[in-house]
Design a protein around this ligand. Sequence first.
Ligand SMILES: Cc1ncc(C[n+]2csc(CCOP(=O)(O)OP(=O)(O)O)c2C)c(N)n1
Length: 1006
Amino acid sequence: MLKAGKSARRATFLRSSGASLATRIAPRNARTTAQLQPFFIRSNGYHDSAEYGCISPPRVKAEGYSAEELRNRHANANLLQLVSAYRRYGHLSSNLDPLGMQKSELLEELSAGTYGLGKDSDVFDIKGIVAPSNGLPASASLSAIVSALQKTYCRNISYEFEHIESRAVRQWFAHSVESLGGFDASPRYGRYHELLSKVEIFEQYLQKKLPNVKRYGLEGSEAIAVLLDQVIYEGAQQGIVDVVAGLSHRGRMSFLATLFGYPKDELLRKLRGGSEFPDDSPWTGDMLVDLAKPGSVRYDDLDATVNVDVLWNACHLESGTPVAMGKSRVKDVNIARTKKSKDHTIGDHVLALSVHGDSSFAGQGVVAESLGMSGLAHFTNGGTVHIVINNQIGYTTPASHTRMTRYASDIAKFADIPIIHVNGEHPEELARAAHLAVSYRQKFRKDIVIDVWTFRKRGHNEMDEPSFTQPAMYSAINKHVSAPAKFEEKLISSGHMTKEAANVVKQEWLASLNEAFAASETCVATEPTRAPRWRLLKSSANYPVEKTTGVSIDMLYEVGVKSVAPGESVKVHPRIERFHIKPRLKRLQEGQAVDWATAEALAFGTLLKEGYNVRLSGQDVGRGTFSQRHAMFVCQDTEQVYVPLNHMDDGQCSSKQQLGKLEVVNSNLCEEAVVGFEYGVAVEDPFTLTIWEAQFGDFYNNSQTIVDGYIASGETKWGQQNGLVMLLPHGFDGGGPDHSSCRIERHLMLSNDPVDEHPVALPNIYVAHPSTPAQFFHLMRRQMKRNFRKPLIVAGPKTMLRLANATSLLSEMGPGTRFKPVLDDPSINDPRAVKRVMLVSGKLYYDLAKLKSEHPLGEHAAIVRVEELSPFPREELYNVLSQYTNASDFVWVQEEPRNSGAYAFAAPRVKRLLPAHAELRYVGRSEHAATCSGVETQQAAEHAELTRCAFDGLRGLVADLVIDNISIQHDQHQSRDEPVASVISAGASSHRWSNRQIYAAQSSDQ
Ligand SMILES: Cc1ncc(C[n+]2csc(CCOP(=O)(O)OP(=O)(O)O)c2C)c(N)n1
């Protein structure tokens, strides 16, 4: 529509800028009007999609405009500008705050005059400009168009999607949003009313009955229950059978009671201080705000039941976000595998639903980490629906201080995630948001955020006084009529429901609460249902029987050869050929001992052959930090990735074969979210060997929250086992602080292995510091071959990866072999000649063994390796130590400073095994604030001194050695007797072996 005069000139300007936009997005079938250079979006392909393509989300192409639509867009470019402004800025003018406390400012971008569009009565062809199904006629007046845009973008629901890079998404969103008027929520009004009433009554009931219990209630945000329900309902209509629900602390009680079917009597029992587990259960339970139990939601009208796997999570805000992602991904893939779905797209069966608080979503870094990896090929779960309970406050901190941007959801924009903002007082709009969100997720298989503006009726918890800090807000809240009451009123006044019917719903619910409250006095909590896969395993509460983990030499040989076989079309880098493939083949063919990387490949390959999956995740794990692994070859011509262990047999990864798959996950540069994700995989699938490897062990501590709150304590709190392996490269080799120590001491501190008694149960966490490839091979296989699951921390190799002595023969991995928690000194011919026993872990062994072999009195020192630290191998160590009947000096030698490493954990346990009056000495660095020196020469000097000190005083000890009445004479000259660092007492002279510390229980059930 053209205008006269000034406005016409402005319109011409606008039209030309509009035309260039249109040209940029011109479809193939339309003729462009301007002779402009084409523009291109440049991007890189993901180079292992062929290897794992079956689980990638689909790529959706944008729809083009017809020539007629395009002509209309050119002709009405000024209208197009206005419509675009609504799509981009409409949310700024929307009515989101139920308390109405926000200040208003004039928004010029939404004014028609800004674009030269003056008269309300002017009529425009809307073809190609506004979605056709938005209720407008094909030719509409400006006032009708503005009114439709206002209604769509500026009321109680609004959207942010114009920041999305993909035109397909932007087009789809605009079209869907502008057609949402057609979405009719009224058939489910009864259900919404029921949920709203139940939440409101439940919260009021608890306030009355248990006023001193902190429940972090949902009052002020009741309608979020409607949103959750509608998301699941929409999912159910689109084939979702399982939802993994990561819940916030806020409202959890209400969600569990009203939606997810947590037995109300059991819930009230927990609220009254009881346990969520049966009385005889070994699990310690968790706080109310972290309570979980698998449940389900039934929709009779769809004849569908959706399982809801409510996630157990640590109270560290948002730490459950990546866990839900990992769990839902593997759950979905496993359902597809079970169904043998041929054309499975990730997210077909399982939907992740993540509920957040506004301050947490904005503030906790793990949210950004999780969103940032949500679309990565090895982390996608087909899209999580994120719901932010935006009550505009965090504890006592107002929104304006919890973030510096407008929305709590702003962090999602960096990850190209669309956002729906809704005023949380309008159940119909929440239903609309759910419909849009699930439709988006199903089509694009990506994350989406629904930011629901609500308020918090009471304090942070029910015992707080919120007016101390927010008097104005709480003055408004105290006058506010609740959303459930408003909705009921609306239903009654519009004739959707009678007052009587509404009352019946409420009375029945109240009666059921009273009944449950009475029952909670005596009811017994039921065990949470275990997923079928977990039912195949045992509880680890008692010592289970360990199996051998060796395999036939033929199989080892075959896997070894295939582990370095490049596919026919893959051109391998010549240095990999020379230094990796050929040496491995040569060693195997000549029967020589193999290195660490080979043993690892043998462990993985043999597990795959037995049908287990392996998921190896971490930064640069495919090649390996130290360029040692090469689990994937990258074709030098095409950059195509090839994982040899996935091609050991024809069709290995097809559904016909029962063999497992190795997923090599070169992760993003992140620890907390990735470890949380892998924990989610491990708790969902006990038959996938799930491994996270740190680039250097030191960096694991970015994931300490996950280690503490989930990996180490999940089974104790929730009875939920996990077999996650953390490979943490460790060793003092001159790498400097932050590249030397995986903080063994911290992992050991988490272990519940008792000091004083023989353990009656397995510890919560296994910690190993192995010294040979074969030992590592067995550790990996043991994780899967056991009939229970436990997390395993491995202080892994760095220099040992290429140490000639740190190699193992295939026979050490052959039939009948297994992991040995303690390795005796293989060089000892006569144990009676041993006067000093050195206890050591990891690579230090090789340095000490070398010195011993060069030492004139080396035969009198035994170097015993403690390969597993938790559980502390009491019996195995005792058996080894007690052969050294003449030993009087026992030394713990370690590289780590005395305030780190295994010494503090091991010392009291070792002491209980020693002969009466014998002490354990410490040889190592003294206490130090940093893990080690950053000066390479100093580090080397310390190391030389440390290893030398381990042999100090040997002459003196040997001087009085008498074996079979033959006195052994040595030079009495004694070298420096004081070790470099601390020494715990000298060896005792009078000693007598006693097995008092080896408890009877050990022999009975091993
Ligand atoms: C990592 C972490 N830091 C601090 C806390 C203590 N804390 C519990 S809830 C809360 C406020 C959360 O605010 P918000 O996310 O807005 O949720 P709301 O309680 O308002 O629903 C805080 C600080 C915690 N649980 N975890």
